[in-house]
Structure formats: structure tokens, C-alpha cells
Design a protein around this ligand. Structure first.
Ligand code: SF4
Length: 205
């Protein structure tokens, strides 16, 4: 079973609202103990463009909103520079509860939580997926069964289109990257600028 191929065990979830309600009350792994406020997906729930971040951070967990901390500020700036906004895409997390001390998700967490993302993909039928950062990209490559490059080579995959089996990806660096690498602003702005074209091309229908 690949990381994102866990199945929701009860009857199929029919609507996104139902799915979100189920995730809000999920206790399938130990990370439910970190949840202060559930962080629901954000943006347009009918969008065919899905952006996938890693997991809620501390601020997100406290406020119950995606990207509301320092990386959220960067995220909004990059979107604004690109001439787009959150409401034009569907924004969700790979792992739905906070990872303490920004830990990497373990395989156990990915397997437990991957079923929710799998259901989101099934319900939304996105035309393009935009993983934000290494973990989200790696999980999608595993899901699609495509060869993965060595970790240090992932940087070459950001900011370019990638056909992964039947999924079209446009991986972007996570906004947090800019917190630690402020000199990469121009490069990230260039990569995020493509979002305008992506929304024009894949945003409808
Ligand atoms: S991280 Fe995912 S699987 Fe674990 S409790 Fe939270 S929603 Fe459930």
C-alpha cells in the first residue's frame, strides 16, 4: 500500500463538507493530541487546482486557519505579487494536525492521514496539484509510483511542470523556505508567478 492509498473504512464520503467534518473529529493517530483548533482546507471548494502544504504550524493550530503565521505572510505576499489570491485555489494540508516542533511526518502519520487527502483528491478531481515543499511533493511522487530523485535533487523539481502518472504537478517551494533563505525571494517570486497562468488555464471547470 503506498502512502496515500489508505482507505476510509466506513461508507464512502459523499461530500467535501462531510469529509471535513470527519477530519475535524479524527483520532486515528497520536497527532490528534496536538490539535488545539482544527485547521480546515481553505479557498474555493469547487476549484480544480489543489495546493497541498505539509501540516499546520503553531499559529495555524491556535487560530484554526491555514497559513496565518510568518510563513502565511510570505505566502500571501507571493500570491499578491503573482496577481492571484487564496480564494482562487483549494488549499489543504498533507497532514491535518500539527507536527510538534515542526517534526517531519513519520510513515505512520502519512499512512493514517493520507486517506483524508486521498478522499479530497477523489472528491475534487483536481486538474493540477501544487505540492508546497519537499514532503508534499515526495508523498505525491510515491502515490503516483514514479521514480523519486535523491533528496538533494528535489530542488530541481520546484517551479516546473511535472507529469506524475495521471497527475499534473507544479511543485512549489514552501513559503517557510524563504524565512530561512531570504536571498531566494526573486527565484520564488518567479516560480509563484506561474500561478496566474495556472489559474487561467485550469481554474475553470
Ligand atoms: S494527523 Fe490526520 S490521521 Fe492523525 S489524528 Fe490528525 S487528522 Fe487524524
Amino acid at each position: 500500500m503506498s502512502i496515500l492509498q489508505g482507505k476510509v473504512e466506513e461508507r464512502d464520503i459523499m461530500t467535501l463538507e462531510e469529509l471535513i467534518g470527519r477530519v475535524a473529529g479524527c483520532h486515528a493517530c497520536d497527532l490528534s493530541g496536538t490539535r488545539v483548533r482544527f485547521v480546515p482546507p481553505e479557498g474555493d471548494r469547487r476549484s480544480r487546482i489543489m495546493m497541498i502544504a505539509q501540516a499546520p504550524g503553531e499559529m495555524e493550530n491556535l487560530e484554526g486557519r491555514m497559513f496565518c503565521g510568518p510563513s502565511g505572510k510570505i505566502f500571501d505576499e507571493l500570491l499578491e505579487e503573482a496577481g492571484v489570491c487564496r480564494e482562487q485555489v483549494y488549499l489543504t494540508n498533507l497532514i491535518k494536525c500539527m507536527l510538534p516542533k515542526a517534526r517531519r511526518p513519520s510513515r505512520r502519520h502519512l499512512e493514517a492521514c493520507g486517506r483524508w487527502l486521498e478522499e479530497e483528491i477523489r472528491l475534487l478531481q483536481p486538474r493540477i496539484l501544487i505540492p508546497l515543499g519537499f514532503q508534499a511533493l515526495k508523498s505525491l511522487l510515491i502515490r503516483q509510483g514514479v521514480p523519486r530523485p535523491p533528496k538533494k535533487e528535489y530542488r530541481h523539481l520546484f517551479g516546473r511542470y511535472l507529469q506524475a502518472g495521471d497527475l499534473l504537478l507544479y511543485p512549489l517551494r514552501h513559503p517557510t523556505f524563504l524565512l530561512f533563505n531570504p536571498d531566494k525571494r526573486e527565484m520564488m517570486s518567479r516560480e509563484y508567478a506561474e500561478l496566474k497562468k495556472i489559474i487561467a488555464k485550469y481554474g475553470e471547470g
